[in-house]
Design a protein around this ligand. Structure first.
Ligand code: NAI
Length: 343
């Protein structure tokens, strides 16, 4: 019997409709059933329905556990921020891979999984002035948040056979970053089969550039994750085709809710023209499938997409001549051909 999963689908603006169609076409090529439950987060509907649309989205996501979100216009509010707050999405998993066909100044291959604690650090406190010439802000690190992120990183490492590097400035920020590394070590001790090493964050940046193959899963506090994600995307040249998982956990540290999205926006300049590149949303779907436990199918989806790009089957933004629909059809055919011999 084919496994069946319910997935909340957060419809957006611009190229969102074309991406949704592409995702549905791809889903038909998979040996499982994804029952999509749509919630309309388009700007028009957000303005008409106001809080009710977020109530509907949150209820659906909590019931289904997983959601796929298409890009939305940030106007009065950022839907991403609203959902992050309302669902307590406290960890961001952002894979960054050099993608064949994407021009980059960096000549090496990069394949990082950045696991970032998305709360605290220096970002929860804007700081305050002390008199006219000084300012101070709080840096917040909490055991629970580190536990959740570390458990996620090590579980992922065990599942996919990769190693974990935790990085911080524990030699200087002894209390905050010291706590981060201590809690991470406690979690690492529960995963003896996973290789774990510790780097100072500044050294890590240099080492990733000089020897990217040494790094696989990188676990970091909020601001470091922010810096590292952008640096890695810049190296990979793939700011536009990144995807991420936004995660919330239950009291025992198990993922309770996971929302997957593409990093790019609504691309209003090409909306409705069958020109959108669906790579990022396909990679987001692969992350979603992995979260559902379908790691094999997730890998086939990811490999099929990337191998086609490598072979020159690309949309126009990557210098190719494929449309959204023709690229999607090619990925669907590739997936079918790879899954046939075993299925
Ligand atoms: P954008 O990412 O939409 O577009 C930047 C450039 O990249 C455009 O030339 C666009 O055509 C191209 N592009 C983006 N995605 C593409 C794709 N999948 N295939 C082919 N080309 C693609 O960024 P921009 O123009 O700054 O923002 C447009 C709107 O998107 C804004 O309203 C912004 O608020 C929203 N936005 C939403 C995000 C989200 O929902 N996660 C993230 C970023 C922006």
């Amino acid at each position: 019997m084919r496994p069946t999963y319910r997935v909340t689908e957060l419809l957006g603006d611009g190229i969102g409709a074309e991406l949704s169609q592409a995702v549905h076409t791809l889903a038909e090529a998979l040996p499982l059933d994804l029952c999509f439950e749509p919630v309309d987060l388009s700007l028009e509907n957000r303005r008409a329905a106001r809080d009710a649309v977020y109530d509907q989205a949150v209820a659906s996501i909590l019931a289904n556990g997983v959601a796929l979100k298409y890009p939305t216009i940030t106007a009065e509010e950022s839907p991403n921020q609203v959902l992050r707050r309302r669902l307590n999405l406290s960890v961001i998993h952002r894979p960054v891979t050099t993608i064949p066909g994407v021009p980059t100044n960096f000549r090496r291959d990069l394949d990082l999984d950045i696991v970032r604690i998305a709360t605290g650090g220096t970002y929860d406190d804007p700081g305050r002035m002390i008199g006219n010439d000084g300012a101070v802000s709080l840096r917040i690190v909490e055991r629970q948040a580190v536990l959740e992120a570390a458990r996620y990183a090590f579980t992922l490492a065990r599942k996919v056979g990769r190693r974990v590097t935790s990085a911080s400035k524990y030699t200087i920020q002894k209390a905050t970053d010291g706590l981060f590394e201590r809690v991470t070590n406690e979690v690492a001790a529960q995963f003896p089969e996973v290789e774990h090493n510790v780097e100072l964050f500044d050294a890590l940046l240099a080492k990733i550039i000089m020897a990217p193959d040494k790094f696989q899963i990188v676990l970091v506090l909020n601001e470091y994750g922010d810096f590292l994600s952008d640096m890695a995307c810049g190296l990979a040249g793939s700011l536009g085709i990144g995807a991420s998982a936004n995660l919330a956990f239950d009291a025992s540290g198990v993922v309770r809710v996971a929302l997957f999205d593409a990093a790019h926006g609504t691309a209003p300049d090409i909306a409705g023209q069958n020109r959108a590149n669906p790579t990022a949303i396909f990679l987001a779907l692969a992350l979603l499938l992995a979260q559902l436990g379908e790691t094999g199918i997730a890998q086939v989806l990811k490999d099929s997409t990337l191998d086609l790009l490598r072979r020159g089957v690309r949309t126009r933004d990557l210098g190719g001549s494929e449309s959204t629909t023709s690229f999607t059809a090619a990925v669907a055919a590739e997936i079918r051909s790879r899954l046939e011999p075993v299925g």
